[in-house]
Design a protein. Structure first.
Length: 366
């Protein structure tokens, strides 16, 4: 889905639509409490319908750097330096009286203070960051339709203004039943304050794209912020969506809740997924190869799952610290398509850590 498709109403358009209905719209009863265009509640005059009661969020391109890490965490900082940013996102169902929508999976991801994304091997990313997962994460909306993330203020890279990517999805097992992409922006006054006054954002290059000349920027998606460049910022934004599945009709995807590798507690396991690739050879054999990076002696139990069924498995004994490939050979009868790679790493003390990644099983050749 790109930024031109299914864009929906802007805030201004939605407010205009609501106003154009006027008092002639029929509504039984009077003194109804309704949500106004900017999410403010107030008394509606008798006989005035609750029309266009929430604002549709414009969809935008997903961008090239989404990686489906399925990392279930609120704090996505991952040790990156930068100005603290607390971000609250509220998801509303425009087809259901703009009620809060619970059970949606909200992903955010963005570049660090120097303009690089994690888990990207592209040379234009400022270096190979494969296997790193900082500044990426997801949360499930609660009964108030809300998720909260702790991160840092994004940096910039050539060709784009400062932004955060946002994705809202619902699932039925491994199947995505709803997928919406947009981006969040910040006022240029705050962008400039951060870039010019916070050391982590100091760069030798010159920023060439601002809100005014970015071809994706939409002023309706500026996040209002409070705070300062000393202590950090916090902000909240409402996301109004159409065509969402009925609440309760979807099931959560398999996600990873990562342990904190920097935690000195003995319950932590120092391991991460350094890379995942799939192989399909001309003789018909297929495999999923997971490279696990450990910083202590550990054993690995790698499983390929689909709909709760085990498709392939690879187990090892205790391995020394380092990078270890685990090859899961896929049987001839396993259909191609989406699956979940789940790697359980166990250290010498018996502590466990589960690493997880969604993968695509390739078609058989030959």
């Amino acid at each position: 889905m790109n930024e031109e498709s299914k864009k929906g109403l802007t805030r201004r358009q939605a407010l205009t639509a609501a106003g154009s209905l006027g008092a002639g719209a029929a509504l039984a009863g009077s003194g109804v409490i309704g949500k106004l265009g900017d999410g403010v509640e107030g008394d509606l005059a008798p006989g005035v319908a609750e029309a266009a009661s929430c604002v549709l969020t414009p969809s935008m391109t997903e961008g090239p750097y989404f990686v489906d890490e399925l990392l279930n965490r609120s704090d996505i900082t991952g040790g990156q330096s930068g100005l603290p940013l607390e971000l609250t996102i509220n998801v509303y169902n425009a087809d259901d009286s703009c009620d809060a929508y619970s059970g949606a999976i909200v992903d955010i991801w963005h570049c660090n203070a120097q303009g690089s994304y994690s888990d990207i091997s592209n040379a234009g990313n400022g270096g190979n960051t494969s296997g790193q997962t900082w500044l990426r994460g997801l949360q499930e909306t609660d009964s108030n339709g809300q998720v909260k993330f702790t991160t840092i203020f994004p940096g910039w890279y050539s060709g784009r203004t400062i932004h955060i990517h946002l994705k809202v999805r619902t699932f039925d097992g491994d199947t995505t039943t709803y997928n919406f992409n947009t981006q969040l922006f910040f006022s240029e006054s705050i962008n400039n304050q951060v870039l010019n006054n916070v050391a982590a954002y100091s760069r030798s290059g010159t920023r060439n794209t601002t809100n005014s000349n970015d071809n994706i920027f939409d002023a309706d998606m500026i996040v209002p912020l409070t705070g300062n460049i000393t202590n950090g910022y916090s902000g909240s934004i409402d996301i109004g969506l159409q065509d969402l599945p009925d609440e309760g009709s979807t099931t959560d995807p398999d996600t990873t809740t990562p342990d904190d590798d920097d935690n000195s507690s003995d319950s932590s396991v120092a391991a991460s997924l350094a890379g995942v690739r799939t192989v399909s050879r001309n003789n018909g054999s297929r495999a999923v190869i997971a490279t696990v990076k450990t910083r202590e002696k550990a054993k690995i139990d790698a499983r390929l799952m689909r709909g709760g069924k085990l498709l392939a498995r690879k187990r090892t004994g205790f391995l020394s610290k380092g990078r270890h490939p685990a090859t899961l050979r896929v049987g001839r009868r396993v259909a191609s398509g989406s699956a979940v790679l789940r790697v359980i790493v166990t250290d010498k003390s018996g502590n466990k850590k589960t690493l997880q990644r969604r993968v695509h099983v390739p078609r058989r050749k030959g």
